[in-house]
Write a new protein. Sequence first.
Length: 207
Amino acid sequence: MHSSYSEFMKHGHGKTGPWFDLVNSEEWDIHGIRTDHFENPAWLPFFLRRWKFARPNHAPFPVAKWKKHRAILRQICETAARHKPITTADVHALNQALRLAGQMQLLQRQNGLQLEFVTEISGWDRILAETARSFADILSQGHPARIKICRNPNCRWVFYDKTKAKSRCWCDDKSCGNRERVRQSRARSKRQFVRRPNRTLPAKGIL
């Protein structure tokens, strides 16, 4: 189990957006062994630090609510990975996390005036909404086909395929990719051995 910020980064977390880390907070290794990082005291500090969220004061982390939305995001990822259309029910569930009271405001930023939506909600609900928005941005920009799930059935790691041809299949070519190639090679060798014809023995009594 990862125990520090650097270990999470080393093992592939912290990419694409906060949605990515929420989905992959439920992690399987290449052997199919599951880890729920909501039970890992190092995960939440990593997540907040990586995406620059301030930890809400005097409010415990709402694990059940976040697990529910993690399941929703993974379900949508699995739909996208199968190249199926996102269902109306999934869109509605995602909108529940995005629903925040607020108003549009003109704000003075470093690069000039910007029109932004300023929410009246704070705390964990705001962080969850920002996390859901990072995922909704991917969907609304027309890139759901780039959302993939590692081809290793034991792994299930969700990743964002940035290759030009959208051809990436593995979370990591050196781990899951190489493991699958070895498995396929062994399977081919086994099939060739089975198909190899038996040697014909001479008839009894013939020298």
